[in-house]
Design a protein around this ligand. Structure first.
Ligand SMILES: [Zn+2]
Ligand SMILES: [Zn+2]
Length: 348
């Protein structure tokens, strides 16, 4: 088969022949019908610091996908050939303290798909039944692929009280945009969408942001304070990882408010503990992955009931062998979610 392979340390990746995996006892073989690019993939592609310390090339990149089961291992109990599945990225052990106390998403022995194991930017992908998610056949295949990041947004949204609140979302990429859709649907009264790329602000508007702020053009803190009668917001979501977002976000967070942090800064950043957290009596929540499998059930419900139209966030489509074009587009920021097709030709 062919795959997008991180073949050696350094930036970039190659498209090359790779042995087709065989499913083990508890695994299925999936023909990948759609696979989407995540911020994590971009960081691996760019060879960011944490990547350098963690990954061991060569391996197949990618973790967001939807595909058809074409072969089933002998001990697999609930999946059948022909099922349409996706996979949880956090491959948990099921046995450690965290797994056994309802926190499998932060398993002590966790491996990440497409980071610590071979991923899904390929014709076929080997999937352990434990991390598989059976999709509703009515969900379009690219939407099923992108439900994993929607899950990040669902996990973030459920980390703070939103109904009747004023919220600010810093970073309006695909996950931030989905989060805005959820905030709207969960009844936030004001939703500030903040980014430095107009394309993404448009995405934020499409998903229901009530005020758009380009941080490169306006004084975000002054504007939000002005529009909230000087109080600031009840909830600050950091979805970008950009250092100024942390500073501006905590400054507009009202005393007693909640900060939900999801974005990963590219390097250590300065953090004003006393003014941002202690003196404000603020609550701070980190969000990593999705709660297993609670978030997947909630996400499926969000899709089924149309609470968030994920297809609006999917803006570009490529064949898998065009991956370098896709990564370049992603780097420009002028896109939402990008979906790639390994097993059919696509022109768009
Ligand atoms: Zn992802
Ligand atoms: Zn575990």
């Amino acid at each position: 088969m062919q795959a997008v392979v991180k073949d050696e340390p350094g930036s970039g990746a190659v498209f090359e022949n790779w042995p087709q995996p065989k499913p083990g006892l508890h695994e299925v073989l999936v023909r990948v019908e759609a696979t989407s690019i995540c911020g994590t993939d971009m960081q691996i592609y760019d060879w960011r610091d944490w990547v350098r310390d963690r990954v061991k090339p060569p391996f197949v990149m990618g973790h967001e996908f939807a595909g058809k089961v074409v072969e089933v291992g002998p001990e697999v109990s609930d999946l059948r050939v022909g099922d349409i599945v996706s996979g949880e990225t956090h491959i948990f052990c099921g046995k450690c303290f965290q797994c056994r106390t309802g926190n499998a998403h932060i398993c002590e022995r966790m491996k990440l798909r497409g980071v610590d194991t071979d991923g899904c930017f390929a014709n076929y992908h080997r999937l352990n039944e434990q991390t598989a998610w059976l999709n509703d056949r009515k969900i379009p295949i690219e939407v099923a692929s992108a439900q994993e990041p929607l899950g990040n947004a669902v996990h973030a949204a459920s980390s703070a009280e939103i109904s009747g609140k004023r919220v600010a979302v810093f970073g309006c990429g695909p996950i931030g945009a989905c989060l805005i859709g959820l905030c709207k649907s969960f009844g936030a009264t004001s939703i500030f969408g903040v980014d430095i790329v107009d394309y993404r602000l448009k995405l934020a508007a499409d998903m229901g942001a009530t005020t758009l702020l380009n941080a490169g053009e306006v004084k975000v803190v002054d504007e939000i304070k002005r529009l909230t009668d000087g109080h600031g917001v009840d909830v600050f979501f950091e979805m970008s990882g950009a250092e100024p977002s942390f500073q501006q976000g905590f400054e507009v967070l009202r005393p007693g408010g909640t900060a939900v942090l999801f974005g990963l800064p590219s390097k250590r950043i300065e953090f004003d503990v006393e003014n941002w957290i202690v003196f404000k009596d603020a609550r701070v929540r980190g969000v990593f992955g999705r709660r297993l499998f609670e978030t997947w059930y909630e996400t499926a419900e969000v899709l089924k009931t149309g609470k968030v139209d994920l297809s609006r966030v999917i803006t570009h489509r490529f064949n898998l062998d065009e991956f370098s074009k896709a990564f370049a587009l992603m780097k420009s920021g002028r896109c939402g979610k990008i979906v790639m097709y390994p097993n059919r030709k696509h022109s768009a």
